[in-house]
Write a protein that binds this ligand. Sequence first.
Ligand SMILES: [Fe+2]
Length: 293
Amino acid sequence: MGFNENHVQHYREHGYVIVENFLSADELSRAREEIETFVPGWLDYAANPTGQRPTGWDQPQRSRRAVRFPFRGKQLNAITLHPELRRFASLMSGGEALFCEQSDLTYKCMGHYGDVDQPMHLDYVNHTLAYPPNQPKYWQTAFLVYYTDVAAHEAPTAVCSWQHYKNEILWPAMYQPEQRPQLYDNEVKVTVPAGSLLAYSMRTFHRGTAFQAEGARVGHFISYAPKGPKWLGIVGWPEQGVHKSFTAWMEQATLEERELIGFPAPGDEYWSDETLAGVSARFPNMDMRPYKY
Ligand SMILES: [Fe+2]
């Protein structure tokens, strides 16, 4: 479970690593229980694609609330801030204080609007306002956790080692097969058992592939960035602040977990009589003692 030295070395050499059975059996089964409440029927359909498709299977989610951090329940939130994901991202960013910039559940099946044979691309175009340099202090690490088995016909992610595009300015950030066939010729398909993950970077070409047969896939995008640069990140967590589950998560989170999504740390100059009273009013079950200046 987690990342070992070989995983770290593979990531440094190729810009990605596949870790089979990253989650414990317990973490996986608890995550799957929660997923069943957020997107009912998808896990059963993934396990048995000759059966009934989930109700409304091709309807876009009316709201991102059920499929974005903080989730109702505990396990997907715990996986979002998993100590091993944090350790790995921290290692890659040279120990910079981190910001969790993304935690989105993703699910699709054959014929779903998400069932697309994507072109090879880099993710930085919607993860930074600038460009991702080859320097730890700006390093963003992306993870894709798989909650269902992914066989070759079940839309595996494809990834191409950065050995094939070393020492170049990474623009364009997308290539069609005919534009750069070697990216496709050298792609590796991420076929893994449920509970596995792919770690990659903003400098790693990859793509979603299409379903080749009936089936479904449920996964989870989780990304980390160094906390300092304001030009890094895909979402603003305050957007989630109107939801009850956001308040519930904030109240029970540890200080460190709150900081990982950008909340002011104890000792920050933000804290004053007014902000202590105001934050306490907004989050009545939050223990404010550590923030007393
Ligand atoms: Fe991507």
